[in-house]
Design a protein around this ligand. Structure first.
Ligand code: BG6
Length: 484
């Protein structure tokens, strides 16, 4: 199935930190792919701004060599690449000084959409916001885009929000959580609110528990410095996993509109109970399978930072009271897989007798890879000899159902950057959402820090520490297998 491409309005996009890792690995390739798909209008311009002394000629040449190296063969198209590179310009800039700002301001066109991507560390957000203001570039309709980490805790997140709010309105601030840009994550809303089938059962009366797993095989080598100050709780749970939880737990919004959706997510975050220490298991991967240990990757032999976390959360609302949400995420696990599984309760009475193999229904939504939905249902085992029950999957892969391949699925950044240009904030986090997420996270982290708790070691290629299994076993439940 070929997806529909609706060109966006003409824009001037400035990427601050244009020579950095995020710009090179994600933002520029995403923009190129949108151009290849025909979504960028003729006058769209992209200006790189960073300290390095590139020019309007040398930066595009640099971007060409990066794209040449990194683009898969089927996305290379000489005409499209030339067209894309023709949109690029560059202004060397000193974020904290004056150099470059007047030149940049002079390039911005008043009659097109103006967007500024802060692809720099959060410590520079304030300087950028202020310089944009001083040079008259924070026009009423311009947009700024910021990335995680949005704060390190509630206090720093509040300070960042206040810094940005000094020069921009909330409707101009686009806080990226790239999980919200993933096709399958958006599909959670389509599955829930586009079907009649699930919603009546989507509550504590029918749902026994929910598991959310985001397992990765990569370690933290190369970014140990950042990661060791964050850990899985700050790096994955406070943002991506909480967003997934919100999409699963929220009430139906009155419309698919930015504030309608974000109001409902916020209510879920606020309804989260504090998590008890006994309901949390933290781990660090050991060395093995030819890889270094977490402690070596983090270059901190005394580190108490977790590369794995499993926890049990409760949402205190009419809909969810009594249904636990089990969350787990980790590095160097057995497989790269993200999945949400909703396990329904057993039928109240089995007319077939307990021994006949009745199992509970499970709706598993695979977010990546091999995106799809699997519903476990109970049927009769074929053949004579009584009524034996057996579990079978109704299995739907998006690729098969829609005739798409991985290549056709837009990367999260493609979707999100186009939404910035369109002025649609539905898939971006609002300031109060981020603060509420930290307000829930902070006491959990403070509690283990005050106990000076050391994470448990786990084998690379496993599903995390033994105690994580116990977290569910003691409730009479089991984690689903981590498999590709
Ligand atoms: C990032 C985290 O936000 O998400 C990384 O900082 C993590 O640690 C990554 O690896 C996972 O994203 P994805 O899209 O590969 O699932």
């Amino acid at each position: 199935m070929v997806s529909r491409v609706i060109p966006v309005d003409t824009f001037d996009l400035v990427i601050f930190g244009a020579t950095g890792d995020l710009a090179t690995r994600k933002i520029l390739p995403a923009l190129y792919r949108r151009d290849l798909a025909g979504q960028l209008p003729e006058g769209a311009r992209i200006t790189g701004a960073a300290r390095t002394e590139f020019t309007d000629d040398t930066w595009p040449a640099e971007v060409r060599s990066v794209l040449d190296e990194t683009l898969p063969a089927d996305q290379r198209d000489t005409v499209a690449l030339d067209r894309f590179l023709g949109r690029l310009g560059y202004v060397p800039i000193d974020v904290r000084g004056e150099a470059g700002w007047p030149e940049l301001a002079a390039r911005m066109r008043a009659d097109v959409v103006q967007a500024y991507y802060f692809s720099v560390g959060p410590s520079l957000f304030g300087d950028l916001a202020q310089r944009l203001h001083v040079h008259g570039m924070n026009t009423a309709e311009c947009r700024i885009v910021v990335e995680k980490p949005f704060g390190h805790d509630l206090e720093t997140a509040r300070a960042l929000n206040a810094t940005l709010a000094a020069h921009f309105d909330e409707h101009q601030i686009y806080r990226i959580d790239h999980y919200l840009g993933k096709e399958t994550v958006q599909n959670l809303m389509a599955i829930r609110f586009g079907n009649m089938l699930f919603e009546p059962l989507w509550n504590a009366q029918y749902v026994d528990h929910i598991q959310i797993t985001v397992a990765e095989t990569v370690g933290v080598a190369g970014r140990g410095g950042y990661y060791d100050k964050s850990g899985a709780m700050r790096d994955m749970v406070q943002n991506h996993m909480m967003q997934l939880l919100c999409l699963i737990a929220m009430e139906p919004p009155y419309a698919f509109e930015p504030d309608a959706v974000r109001d409902e997510k916020l209510k879920v975050i606020r309804a989260l109970d504090p998590v008890q220490p006994a309901d949390i298991v933290r781990g660090q991967y050991a060395a093995g399978n030819g890889h270094a240990s977490y402690l070596d990757d983090a270059e901190n032999p005394a580190s108490r930072t977790e590369s794995f976390i499993a926890l049990k959360a409760h949402v205190s609302s009419w809909r969810w009271k009594g249904t636990p949400f089990y969350l787990r995420t980790g590095k160097r696990m057995r497989a790269r897989t993200s999945e949400i599984a909703i396990t329904f309760k057993d039928p109240p009475h089995s007319i077939f007798g307990a021994q006949e193999g009745q199992k509970s229904n499970v709706l598993a939504i695979r977010l990546q890879p091999n995106e799809g939905i699997k519903l476990k249902v109970t049927i009769k085992e074929p053949g004579p000899g009584g009524m034996r029950l057996v579990e079978v999957p109704l299995d739907m892969s998006f690729a098969e159902a829609l005739g798409t391949s991985d290549r056709d699925i837009a990367d999260a950044y493609e979707r999100l950057i186009m939404d910035v240009i369109r002025g649609n904030q539905t898939l971006f986090m609002r300031g109060d959402e981020v603060e509420a997420a930290w307000a829930w996270t902070d006491p959990i982290i403070a509690a283990w820090e005050s106990r000076e708790e050391v994470p448990q070691s786990y084998d690379p290629g496993s599903s995390g520490p033994e105690d994580a299994l116990m977290l569910m076993h003691r409730d009479g439940r089991r984690w689903r297998e981590v498999k590709p």
